[in-house]
Write a protein that binds this ligand. Structure first.
Ligand code: IYR
Length: 222
């Protein structure tokens, strides 16, 4: 059994009670402005911004610290177009045949349909892959733990980082998404998790008039 190598918690920052209170309130006030946006401007975004957002995502906790995620950042118009064509194929199938009425009813409030122009308009599509298992240089498999949880947390940090930078995003989940492995040349141990669409909102962007549950409905203190 290898021994753990431990180092001091050097970067922890404690705040006074009032500063803590203010920081918590400020963070909430800022993150509550985040909206999922479906209409994008074609205005470019510096690659460095996306790189830092991905570095932030990569700080997420993960099962046994195996960091079972991979992010493919797509800005090439031809690749975006191919992704759009394939995604719209699946989405047409979903909206016209596969989705049960109950699901379509739940989506009605959002106004979504099979047309996904944002997949070409937005400057970046970040295809997020979950590594179901790792692969050693000799080809051996490495077991991964809590893969969905880990990748979900990393994605949450990415969404928050994108918002913090002043951009908007959309979690897009065409189903099934196997075409992403093919288009992006990703190996069999990686499963598409979702596509995060990132950019500036279109000037005419609108969002559904929906509300978030109040604290009392989402939390219980005992
Ligand atoms: N993947 C489809 C359908 C869809 C499903 C859910 I659940 C949503 O919250 C939103 C959309 C689409 O992207 O349109």
């Amino acid at each position: 059994m290898p021994e753990p190598t431990l180092s001091p918690l050097a970067e922890y920052q404690e705040y006074s009670a009032d500063v803590m209170m203010r920081r918590a309130a400020d963070f909430y006030a800022d993150i509550r402005r985040r909206r999922t946006v479906r209409q994008y401007s074609t205005r470019p975004v510096a690659r460095e911004v996306i790189e830092d957002c991905l570095r932030a995502a990569g700080t997420a906790p993960s099962g046994a610290n195996l960091q079972p995620w991979h992010f493919v950042v797509v800005s090439d118009p031809a690749i975006k177009r191919t992704i759009r064509v394939e995604a719209e194929k699946e989405e047409r199938e979903f909206y016209q045949h596969k989705a049960p009425q109950e699901w379509l009813d739940a989506l009605a409030l959002l106004g979504t349909d099979e047309h996904k122009p944002f997949l070409e308009d937005a400057p970046y599509l970040i295809a997020i892959f979950a590594e179901s298992y790792g692969v050693r240089p000799d080809g051996g498999k490495v077991k991964h733990y809590y893969v969905q949880e880990s990748v979900g947390i990393a994605t949450g940090l990415l969404i928050a980082a994108v918002h913090h930078a002043g951009l908007v995003s959309l979690t897009h989940t065409p189903s099934p998404m196997g075409f992403l492995n093919q288009i992006l040349g990703r190996p069999a141990n990686e499963r598409p998790f979702l596509i995060l669409v990132v950019g500036y909102p279109a000037e005419s962007a609108t969002v559904p008039a929906i509300a978030r549950k109040p604290l009392e409905a989402i939390a219980t203190f005992v």
